[in-house]
Design a protein around this ligand. Structure first.
Ligand code: RUQ
Ligand code: CUA
Length: 658
């Protein structure tokens, strides 16, 4: 049960006063009056009837966005194992969009025969066509350390890939496959001007994903950090200008880029510095216990500006086509330095001023605050405590930190507000702990969340100037919160108001999707999405040379190659009959030639697994072999007009003579 707050009472009292004022002629009883509130008698009656507390009403008033009014923020939430991004409005917590990224999303025609297949294919690894992802960390592009609303980068932990989403149309434009690692976790993190999108590996493996027996783990297995060069002009990652750093085979975990004071640096936490390799069937301890032997793991401190110079000076070796800076260069050069991290670290979050790096500890009760200035001095003066097995210098833990804060059981990630506070997700306790990173005070306050919060986000929280206002607890469990939907429960987002003295729970939002590991929240007015496409725009954002124009529709045949130039406009396709021979190679170049907002058409050919979404101005090239003879209706899948059902035609495949 929520406690009735002073703020809540004040708001509700004001509401009653307003209702009484609007409530005109009726006499008001002591219960709060019977205002003109439609069929319901009064707010207090309504509250009683629905069993709402004043705190509930406060939550409702602070989050309700009436029809026609807009939310103040966007959340870009990772879709976890769905492989796609969830877009949510704040404070209403209404779902606005799912962006197809790594996984085919049929309502967007993402991955069903059109040009998006080529983008999905960029992410294939080895000989495998990969059509799912374990998405973890969406990161918005930044200018001078502030979100600029232009791009979103996301990683796929399972298949080690990074994707670029263009926020001018909320569509994925590129997927780059990591050529070196088989899995990633620290990523996608951007540097303050988005020069680089950082992707760091998770489970060590030989670089280039070669085979090596597990007995050669220490010698052959490695971690890696890729610095993907982002070309802002083109809006694409440039793999040829990207490079990597070899890391020891500790399980690198989360990462963050430095900012302001620490610009030019990056930080990665790690676990399993014991290099445990399991062997449960052979009677050896599982990785889980092997990896928790030592008191300390290592925070990796990287001077990437200097690493970039070394890469440009040719101090690299090439693996799988990528320039890799080896540890025997980066260690002695002071580019890669280690420092101890208490038990089973998680989270690696740079404070907005860039001065501290906050690391949680899954098996610890503290967050540890690493002091960037101290570490920089230690590195410059080469004051180290020793070296690890790979010759990497190790700083002394107590010389590198500015302190630790007693948080609670299982602190994970930390986000920030505009007043010098950190908000840490405390997994085992199921709380959000608010504390001050300015004076390292014990949690000033703890708020219960439901339940087992893993991840957390705050408004503009990963920038140099967070907004405060809102924090969202991303909870893994939701027992007793929502109507039951079978054994697979929804995840639960809980919106928290952090503007006042005390944190206030405002609203729950079941996420009807996989676990969102991480999310970012951006002020809505920073985004300027297009409403229609320039005529002929294809999935890569170019005006397609094969665009079809009204009046120039045609079918061109060249041997067994058939090109159809087709237009879609309310409520017909031109041509609306296509006849080919069995075995022909067909390409349909189709354009939606509408220019009005939201006049989207869909195009499908039954049984050919073809389905595209044609927003106004959009162009698609659909190529396939007409390998099934028969009569196939083709139609528009978007309810676009009164005569939408009539927006149809036939695709006829004449059987070969045998
Ligand atoms: S983040 S294990 Cu804490 Cu990728 Cu979810
Ligand atoms: Cu076009 Cu329905």
């Amino acid at each position: 049960m929520r406690a009735t707050s002073v703020v809540g009472t004040a708001i509700v009292a004001t509401l009653f006063a307003a209702a009484a004022f609007v409530g005109c002629s009726n006499k008001h009883d002591s219960q709060g009056g019977s205002g003109n509130l439609g069929a319901s008698a009064s707010i207090r009656d309504l509250m009683k009837a629905r069993g709402l507390t004043e705190a509930d009403v406060e939550g409702a008033l602070k989050t309700y966005v009436p029809t026609g009014k807009m939310d103040e923020y966007y959340i870009f939430a990772s879709g976890g194992q769905s492989g796609n991004v969830n877009v949510i409005g704040v404070p209403s917590m209404r779902m606005l969009k799912v962006i197809g990224v790594f996984t085919p999303e049929s309502w967007q025609g993402w991955g069903f025969g059109g040009d998006s297949d080529k983008i999905l294919d960029q992410g294939n690894q080895g000989t495998h066509k990969i059509r799912w992802a374990d998405m973890h960390h969406p990161n918005l592009s930044e200018t001078k350390g502030d979100y600029d609303g232009q791009y979103l980068f996301v990683n796929d932990k399972a298949n080690a890939r990074v994707a670029v989403v263009d926020l001018s149309d909320f569509a994925t434009k590129q997927i780059v496959a990591n050529p070196l690692a088989a899995s990633d976790h620290g990523g996608a993190f951007v540097t303050p001007d988005t020069d680089y999108v950082i992707e760091t590996s998770q489970y060590p493996a030989p670089l280039g994903r070669e085979y090596a027996p597990i007995t050669e783990y220490k010698e052959k297995y490695r971690g890696v950090a890729i610095f993907w060069k982002f070309d802002r002009q083109k809006g694409r990652i440039d793999p040829a200008k990207s490079w990597a750093m070899e890391l020891p085979p500790y399980t690198q975990d989360l990462a963050d880029a430095g900012k302001l004071d620490s610009d030019g640096w990056a930080f990665i936490n790690s676990f399993n510095t014991e290099m445990a390799v399991g062997g449960t069937l052979e009677g050896k301890p599982p990785i889980e216990s092997g990896a928790s032997q030592n008191d300390m793991d290592y925070l990796h401190v990287i001077n990437w500006k200097k690493a970039e110079e070394l890469v440009n000076a040719g101090k690299t070796k090439t693996i799988a086509g990528m320039r890799v800076l080896p540890m025997d260069v980066s260690g002695p050069e002071g580019v890669l330095t280690l420092v101890g991290e208490p038990k089973s670290p998680h989270g690696c979050d740079v404070t907005p001023d860039g001065k501290l790096i906050v690391v949680g500890g899954k098996l610890d009760t503290h967050t540890t605050l690493y002091d960037f200035a101290k570490m920089k001095t230690l590195i410059q003066e080469k004051r180290f405590e020793g070296k690890d097995a790979y010759g990497l210098p190790i700083m002394s833990f107590k010389d590198a930190i500015s302190g630790q804060v007693e948080i609670g059981l299982g602190p994970l990630h930390t986000v920030f507000d505009d007043k010098g506070n950190g908000y840490t997700s405390v997994f085992i306790e199921s709380t959000v702990a608010k504390w001050s990173y300015k004076d390292l005070k014990k949690p000033v306050e703890k708020l219960k969340v439901h339940y087992n919060i893993g991840h957390i986000l705050s408004a503009e929280g990963d920038t140099v100037s967070p907004d405060g206002k809102y924090v969202v607890a991303m909870n893994k469990m939701s027992m007793d919160r929502f109507l039951p939907v079978g054994p697979l429960f929804p995840q639960n987002f809980q919106l928290i108001d952090v503007e006042g003295e005390k944190m206030r729970m405002l609203a729950d939002m079941p996420i009807a999707n996989a676990e969102p590991h991480y999310s970012q929240m951006i002020k809505a007015d920073k985004l300027k999405p297009a409403k229609v496409y320039k005529p002929g725009t294809n999935a890569t954002g170019e005006i397609d040379p094969a665009r079809a124009e009204g009046g120039k529709e045609r079918v061109e045949r060249n041997g067994t190659k058939v090109d159809v130039y087709m237009t879609a406009i309310r409520s017909h396709f031109t041509p609306d009959r296509i006849e080919v021979d069995e075995g022909d190679d067909v390409t349909i170049h189709i354009d939606n030639i509408e220019t009005a907002e939201d006049q989207t058409h869909g195009f499908t050919i039954d049984m050919y697994n073809v389905n595209v979404s044609l927003e106004p101005g959009k162009h698609e090239n659909i190529s396939f072999k007409a390998d099934m003879p028969g009569t196939f209706p083709m139609y528009c899948t978007e309810f676009c007009s009164a005569l939408h059902l009539e927006m149809a035609g036939y695709f006829l495949v004449k059987p070969k003579k045998h």
